[in-house]
Design a protein around this ligand. Structure first.
Ligand code: G3P
Ligand code: MG
Length: 265
């Protein structure tokens, strides 16, 4: 009689990133996706930041969440626009003139939009970690992934810890894999779409970043059992953070850099 097969052992690779990740730099406490926000998050002790990256019309990766420029810049006042006002409609030379801070507060008036290169320099110089959410202008998914991948591969060349790419758009992750196969990728999920785990595997992902409410013990076990890490967005309540820590998930993206201490184990 042969010996019983051993129970499956999780093959989780080492994870170099801290548990706590500051959403868009410092959540809502500073203008999102700006250097000012990163500096504020760092003042609160955060060592890893999430940001949203897309392309200008001439292919410069820069930080912005929304498809359009209107909520977080003064583009409507200073750029001559036609029907559309997306970040992808304008060259970087025009986007670089925008005020991305006044919408938030007078303190931040004149804060510029940063390029991905600006943020890479800041993070590398300070030993900080970056989660680059690839947030393409609609229709530019694969191209955005490719270009962000090219830039990140160049900017982080020779660094011990690379950034973590993430996206809700599989095409963007495929694009990033084409130009930067060595930079780790995570699939973002708002819901457990059909075939999500197969998709993550096909894309060679190392992590799933979920809407935090989706995690339960069975899902964590499934993801860890597949060799992937389990991260959550956007966690702003103590009860939710405690639940995720108890579930032994691996990363928490929060707006509340003033409330959660990143020193919490
Ligand atoms: O990357 C996690 C989180 O930022 C995803 O949602 O809309 O805030 O970019 P959103
Ligand atoms: Mg994001």
């Amino acid at each position: 009689m042969s010996a019983p097969s051993p129970a499956p052992v999780s093959t989780l690779a080492p994870w170099p990133y801290p548990r706590w990740i500051a959403h868009r730099g410092a959540g809502k406490l500073a203008p999102e996706n700006t250097l000012a926000a990163f500096r504020l998050g760092a003042q609160h002790g955060y060592r890893m930041f999430e940001c949203d990256a897309k392309l200008s019309a001439d292919g410069v990766p820069f930080l912005m969440h929304d498809a359009t420029l209107d909520r977080t810049t003064n583009a409507a006042q200073v750029l001559s626009t036609t029907a559309s006002n997306t970040g992808g409609d304008h060259p970087w030379s025009a986007l670089a003139q925008l005020d991305a801070g006044s919408w938030h507060s007078r303190t931040h008036a004149g804060e510029p939009l940063p390029t991905l290169e600006n943020m890479a320099r800041y993070c590398i110089a300070n030993g900080f970690f970056l989660n680059i959410e690839i947030k393409p202008t609609p229709g530019a998914e694969e191209k955005t992934g490719q270009v962000v991948g090219e830039h990140a591969a160049r900017l982080w060349q020779g660094q011990a810890v690379l950034p973590l790419f993430s996206s809700f758009q599989p095409e963007a992750l495929a694009g990033a894999r084409a130009t930067a196969p060595h930079i780790p990728r995570a699939l973002l999920l708002d819901t457990l779409r059909n075939g999500w785990l197969d998709l993550a595997r096909q894309l060679g992902c190392v992590a799933i970043v979920c809407n935090h409410a989706l995690w339960d013990a069975a899902l964590v076990a499934q993801v860890h059992g597949a060799g992937l890490r389990a991260l959550s967005y956007t966690v702003n309540d103590d009860w939710a953070a405690q639940r995720l820590i108890h579930l032994e998930t691996d990363g928490i993206i929060t707006d509340r850099v003033d409330f959660f201490s990143p020193a919490t184990p």
